[in-house]
Design a protein around this ligand. Structure first.
Ligand SMILES: [Zn+2]
Length: 325
């Protein structure tokens, strides 16, 4: 199995449905309405997806719940050949964005990640993530949580959620705070928003990576700018197809972006919600869009270059990605 680097994975969004059902049972919470008869997450469209996502997340309450989640998610990723992963962590869901509470959650999650690294050989880093539809004021304490815990495990700051709420500049304060603390920056843009949203995100938030960014393809001058600036797109094709951001795999612009010289990478976003895995993403890219193994490996190399880890970790992972023969 090809080793894989994944940059765009929401921790709660990667929660296996069976794990969430088990927690709901333990806590006597009834969220049976978010599952279909086969036990998979069920929803219709992006708004409902966010509602189901929040319902599933509601059973994740204590630091221990999140530690168990990290273990379940990393087991799942390691099975797909993922050797390095970056995950979005939301202090809003971990102690209400209070720094002291956040430290407790983080400690528990980091311990679980260290354990998974020893057992499965998978390395995890965390990107603290504000939720866009909670608004710019709510993003500030989240950025503060990130700034207070930067280093080692926490390497980045980002924003996710409903992209069409507000403009990127509304969140500039939080991104400035995070940047000054030494965090690397990424933001979801150009999944639902047009190329203007991608351009504004780059200009106003100073990010080096964009989550999705696929609508940049609608503005070729912007593609050129992104390519020249060396900005990396965290592309999640299966997610885009499942939510209807693109019409289907055949219509996905990942190859066109790559041909324009844009640094594109492949991730799963919220895999069980989109009934996908890293293996399936690679399979579909090969079958539908004709990606060769060498191209998939090249996207892995790009992903590792764009990873927010320290140089020592990067060098260690590079040896696992391409063992000297
Ligand atoms: Zn995402």
């Amino acid at each position: 199995m090809m080793p894989k680097i994944e940059l765009h994975l929401h921790l709660e969004g990667a929660a296996p449905p069976a794990f969430i059902r088990g927690l709901a049972k333990e806590k006597h919470v009834d969220i049976s309405g978010i599952f279909d008869e086969r036990g998979n997450y069920v929803y219709n469209g992006f708004e409902e997806f966010l509602a189901v996502y929040e319902a599933a997340t509601s059973v994740l309450q204590t630091p221990d719940d999140f530690a168990r989640l990290v273990t379940a998610v990393l087991d799942q990723s390691a099975e797909q050949g993922v050797i390095y992963s970056e995950t979005f962590l939301s202090p809003d869901f971990c102690g209400n964005a209070d720094v002291a509470a956040w430290r407790e959650y983080l400690h528990a999650m980091q311990e679980a990640a260290d354990r998974a690294e020893r057992l499965n050989g998978i390395t995890l880093r965390g990107i603290v993530t504000a939720i866009r539809h909670f608004g710019p004021e709510r993003a500030k304490p989240v950025a503060l949580c990130a700034a207070e815990t930067v280093g080692g495990f926490i390497t980045g700051f980002g924003i996710a959620g409903a992209e069409l709420m507000g403009r990127p500049r509304d969140f500039a304060y939080s991104f400035d705070l995070a940047r000054e603390a030494g965090l690397r920056l990424t933001a979801h843009a150009g999944e639902w928003g047009g190329p203007d949203m991608v351009a504004d995100t780059i200009r106003d938030l100073g990010v080096e990576r964009i989550g999705h960014g696929i609508n940049a393809i609608k503005d070729l001058a912007l593609c050129e700018q992104i390519a020249e600036a060396g900005i990396t797109l965290e592309v999640c094709p299966g997610s885009n197809v499942a939510l209807g951001a693109v019409k289907g795999w055949k219509h996905h612009p990942i190859r066109k972006l790559r041909e324009r010289g844009v640094r594109v990478t492949v991730s799963t976003d919220d895999p069980p919600f989109f009934h996908t895995t890293m293996t399936r993403e690679y399979q579909m890219l090969a079958e539908v869009l004709g990606f060769e193994d060498e191209e998939l490996m090249d996207m892995n190399r790009i992903a590792l270059e764009a990873a927010f880890c320290d140089p020592e970790t990067r060098a260690r992972i590079a040896k696992k990605l391409e063992p000297a023969t």
